[in-house]
Write a protein that binds this ligand. Structure first.
Ligand code: FMN
Length: 196
């Protein structure tokens, strides 16, 4: 039977934001599809995003902090991982970046090889990234920002962890969209999750 376990990593401080509406759309769709899911609201969980010297020490001893062990268990359980966050300063909100720093650690997400290469350990995962931006599509694409953001997340981060099956969708211009345009975006999100 197909493994449909899904982990959602949500990185917006306000559940009533447009990102929150995207989250609800996705949860509803997963309910409809009868997929099991864990919805992780990093702000509500008060996730500590700061990679410390203690975390480095644990990495050398092949252990992790208790909060990270929980994250690892959820990732191990999941086949699909969905990130939802707004574009902040051409990247992730710090809490999402910190989740990446601390959770996708050496020994769990990747392991250096003796020949100097790195082996990604999460190759069985499917990842979907859904972001929103204030900028419009033309500005994001022509400035090269869209490509840069995709490259950093898809290649520099997830690809490094061995993940090949990835999909990235940014929804543009969300600060000035009409209600009808927002509804259209939410129906596009619903459609994307249908394909998961
Ligand atoms: C700290 C901060 C940084 C931002 N940086 C960018 C940016 O670099 N590019 C961009 O297009 N929009 C940027 N924005 C706009 C957000 O992407 C936008 O507010 C968000 O996508 C709207 O979604 P929401 O209604 O769910 O908050 C930024 C917003 C904030 C608060």
């Amino acid at each position: 039977m197909k493994n449909t376990n899904t982990l959602i990593v949500f990185g917006h401080p306000n559940p009533d934001s447009f990102n929150g509406a995207i989250l609800k759309t996705i949860e509803n769709k997963l309910d409809e599809k009868q997929y099991e899911y864990i919805s992780k609201n990093l702000y509500q969980l008060n996730f500590n995003p700061i990679l410390t010297i203690d975390d480095f020490g644990r990495m050398e001893n092949s252990t992790v902090a208790d909060d990270i062990a929980l994250e690892h268990a959820d990732i191990e359980w999941a086949k699909n991982i969905i990130f939802i966050y707004p574009v902040w300063w051409a990247g992730q909100p710090a809490i999402v970046k910190g989740w990446i720093d601390r959770v996708l650690n050496k020994g769990f997400a990747y392991v250096p090889q003796e020949d100097g290469t790195v082996k990604g350990l999460l190759s069985d995962k499917t990842v979907m990234i859904i972001t929103t931006s204030g900028s419009d599509e033309q500005t994001m694409v022509q400035s090269g920002m869209e490509d840069a953001m995709k490259k950093i997340m898809l290649e520099g981060t997830l690809g490094f962890c061995g993940i090949n099956n990835m999909f990235y969708q940014n929804f543009y211009n969300v600060l000035t969209t009409t209600e009808a345009e927002r509804e259209k975006i939410l129906s596009d999100v619903d459609y994307l999750i249908n394909a998961l």
